[in-house]
Design a binder for this molecule. Sequence first.
Ligand SMILES: N[C@@H](CCC(=O)N[C@@H](CS)C(=O)NCC(=O)O)C(=O)O
Length: 230
Amino acid sequence: MIELYSFPTPNGQKISIALEELGLAYTIVPINIARNDQLWPEFLAISPNNRIPAIVDLDPVDGNAPLPVFESGAILLYLARKTGRLVPSEPRREAKVLEWLMWQMAGFGPMLGQLGHFRAFAPERIEYATARYADEADRLYRVLDHRLAGREWVADTYSIADIAIAPWVHFRAVHQIELSSYPEVERWYAAFGARPAVVRGLAAGHDVWGDSPLSESERAELFLRGQPGD
Ligand SMILES: N[C@@H](CCC(=O)N[C@@H](CS)C(=O)NCC(=O)O)C(=O)O
């Protein structure tokens, strides 16, 4: 059994999607980041960066004590290695998955997080910052579009790279990204979204959070306070 400490954001949804794809049993421990649950000492013991997602694997393969893991990229790799799926073992193919996983962790996610902040949540319009992140988001979307031309998935086969990247496309309305500008991404994202495990992973926790996990004021306060979604 895996405990998933999460909230319905792109980084949280990566992990519920991966758990569904891998058929691993899990329970969601809701961490309401609008109410600062991420600062609970019990959560910080698992996730010292006070951000979701984090997991605790209650049945690690070594049979020893429960194993906490934080950072969504590290969690995806951990789950893939635990099951021997969603990352190929052959080094040349594995390298492609890791490249695109790191690309998402270091670029696509953080830049879109900043763009969402300045486009949707900043209390004042700051032209320079908005243009800077909009340009970089457009560049990154074009890089992804180019990569996907003639390919079904980001690496050779469906992998944690797709699972890391696609939830950011799922939240494109916050970033005010028009998907039709990136036709290869649009095609890939439609195929991704049609996977039954993805549908389940995106819906996971709905019984806990309901339709709207944040009120408008909670959302505004959260995004002003920090930089969620990096
Ligand atoms: N690099 C981290 C980023 C995690 C992150 O930014 N999580 C956000 C939600 S998507 C969060 O917990 N924000 C809490 C806060 O801003 O206080 C990861 O990929 O796990």
